[in-house]
Design a protein around this ligand. Structure first.
Ligand code: PXP
Length: 238
């Protein structure tokens, strides 16, 4: 059974919509942990659109399970990671204009910079995972870079327009996953996973960690709505 890393970025997205103090992702992390999350995942983006530096600091102090920091290889962020010491860093590509991480990190094209950052993070005692597309060449280079883990991008599977396309994307993940395990890499997966599409991915042999965010935060908003409204009604029925 894979472990579940709960990505709480979008709790911070709601907070940042008003630049206020609620909802606090630090509180959300505690609740996720109480509910059984095996890890808390956050992405400190260069534009700070959701998670803030203060969140990273506080979460490092309060999260008892694995804290997984997703980040680009930008120098400023690398320095924050080394200073903060999360249990794991997952290196991801990042474009300012994108809505979310659009594709895997191209570790072939960016081999030199990725390799340098991997070495620095590992020398600081941080485990490193690389978020890559499910391709053999990307996995082989990840192995050469000496990381402990890779996270295969499940976005193409999640976005597949037909059952046939979804089936073939699932097979790509299975094949790439088998190759990664053969190479001795820990196998993580994530992006776009939902309550509807997660089960076949959770059943992929060797997958040890799933990182899921948007769908969990979306459901939390809805399953919490009735109670939140009832509590407000009670307050004003005076
Ligand atoms: N894994 C990685 C590397 C990501 O960048 C993200 C999005 O921040 C996720 C998992 C979670 O994706 P989603 O929010 O679609 O579940």
């Amino acid at each position: 059974m894979p472990k579940l890393g709960v990505n709480i970025d979008h709790v911070a997205t709601i907070r940042q919509a008003r630049r206020t103090i609620e909802p606090d992702p630090v509180w959300a992390a505690s609740l996720a942990e109480l509910a059984g999350a095996d890890g808390i995942t956050i992405h400190l983006r260069e534009d700070r659109r959701h998670i803030q530096d203060r969140d990273v600091r506080l979460l490092r102090e309060t999260v008892q399970v694995k804290l997984n920091l997703e980040m680009a290889t930008a120098e400023e962020i690398v320095e924050i990671a080394i200073a903060t010491q999360p249990h794991q860093v997952t290196l991801v590509p990042e474009k300012r204009e994108e809505v979310t991480t659009e594709g895997g990190l191209d570790v072939i094209q960016h081999r030199e910079r990725v390799g340098e950052v991997v070495d620095r993070l590992q020398n600081a005692g941080i485990e490193v995972s690389l978020f890559i597309d499910p391709e053999r060449d990307q996995i082989a280079v990840s192995k050469e870079l000496g990381v402990q883990a890779i996270e295969l991008h499940t976005g193409c599977y999640a976005d597949a327009a037909s059952e046939t396309a979804q089936h073939s994307e699932l097979q790509r993940l299975i094949d790439a996953g088998a190759f990664a395990v053969e190479q001795g890499l820990l196998l993580h997966m994530g992006h776009g996973l939902t309550y509807r599409n997660v089960v076949p991915v959770a059943l992929i042999p060797g997958v040890s960690e799933l990182n899921i965010g948007h769908s969990i935060v979306s459901r939390a908003v809805l399953v919490g709505m009735e109670r939140a409204v009832r509590e407000m009604k009670e307050l004003i029925s005076i």
